[in-house]
Design a protein around this ligand. Structure first.
Ligand code: 13P
Length: 339
């Protein structure tokens, strides 16, 4: 290929299989590894070395031997890999692929809470910037949130940032008076209870799986058969004898579910549940990123030093990620809380 063909239009005129092969070739030349989140488009997953949820991706980054990681996800995930693997270069295909939820809390807001609650503990969802993590005590993901909360001494006050729905879930499951920040994921917020009810009427045999970031979690959780992280969902649909599933999370996950379970039916809880940040990453940009070695993600060393403490506490507590079983009747309480 001539360099002038590296334009997005030039690359996208190639058949996807050809571009996947070129990405793999370039990856080998660069001695790079591609890590991709479960929400990424199919062709990126096909070119990746490892596909997983936020926790598995962070854990996998620690095992990478190659000097170069191309991270296909959103910015905080690449930042986490860069902090955990300071000796490696971490690239993203598009620097603007951020996370709206992560942007909903900033370091000064965490500092303000800590000032008012000396001795309190701040738990941050991994969907936070490195600068926010640096102010927090523990990190967690949707796969290990409960384990992390349970590792904190009972007498400690806990503040959870930034996802209201995951925080409410953890509050209910742990029975602890956690103060929860009111951030949310826009992709999950569009999933609405009415659409789910219609799907359940149309497909009564389908199991209903929900991510704890779902905007209707507080109203609809009693109807969910399972509340799971994205990897939890991937494992669950494989093992379950059911043949149909209503899936309430970002719709990129359907690619992997359908590929790995060809005999089963997967119905998106909403056709509109799309993370536009994740979708900024395309296979064309992945290829260009490897050719041009752009865009590097770095974290200021002092921020990284403090943020890694918070991430490592999670890594120490977390065992094998488990399926989170469905909880009881805290939904109304949480719904009132959010008003
Ligand atoms: P998982 O950790 O379940 O993959 O979720 C990450 C995320 O950002 C969901 O929106």
């Amino acid at each position: 290929m001539r360099p002038q063909d590296f334009s997005e239009a030039g690359l996208s005129s190639l058949p996807k299989e050809k571009l996947i092969a070129l990405v793999k070739e370039m990856k080998a030349k660069r001695n790079a590894v591609i890590l991709a989140h479960n929400y990424q488009e199919g062709p990126i997953q096909e070119a990746a070395d490892f596909v997983g949820d936020s926790l598995k991706l962070a854990q996998h980054a620690l095992k990478v031997e190659q000097p170069l990681i191309l991270f296909c996800g959103v910015h905080f995930m690449a930042e986490t890999a860069a902090m955990l693997c300071p000796e490696k270069k971490v690239l993203v295909p598009d620097l603007a692929a951020g996370c709206s939820l992560a942007d909903m809390v900033i370091p000064s807001q965490v500092r303000a809470w800590k000032k008012e609650h000396p001795g309190g503990v701040v738990v941050c969802y991994i969907n936070t910037s490195a600068a926010v993590k640096a102010e927090c005590d523990y990190c967690c993901t949707s796969a290990n949130g409960l384990e992390v909360i349970e590792a904190i001494p009972r007498e400690k006050e806990i503040f959870f940032v930034p996802d209201y729905y995951l925080g409410s879930y953890l509050k209910a499951k742990s029975g602890r008076p956690i103060e929860v920040w009111k951030g949310y994921c826009p992709a999950h917020a569009v999933i609405n209870p009415g659409e789910i009810e219609h799907l359940q009427e149309a497909y009564p045999e389908a199991e209903f799986l929900m991510h704890p970031e779902c905007g209707c979690l507080t109203k609809q959780m009693d109807l969910a058969d399972r509340i799971l992280s994205t990897d939890g969902m991937i494992r669950y649909v494989k093992d379950s004898p059911s043949s149909a599933f209503i899936v309430a999370t970002e719709n990129g996950i359907l690619y992997r579910m359908r590929k790995e379970n060809p005999g089963k039916t997967f119905l998106p809880a909403s056709e509109h549940a799309a993370c536009h940040h994740m979708q900024r990453n395309t296979l064309e940009k992945v290829f260009r990123s490897l050719v041009r070695l752009e865009y590097e993600v770095t974290v200021e060393p002092e921020i990284a030093r403090r943020a890694v403490i918070c991430i490592n506490r999670m890594m120490e507590v977390t065992g094998k990620p488990e399926i989170i079983p469905l909880s009881e009747d805290w939904i109304l309480e949480a719904a009132n809380d959010f008003r």
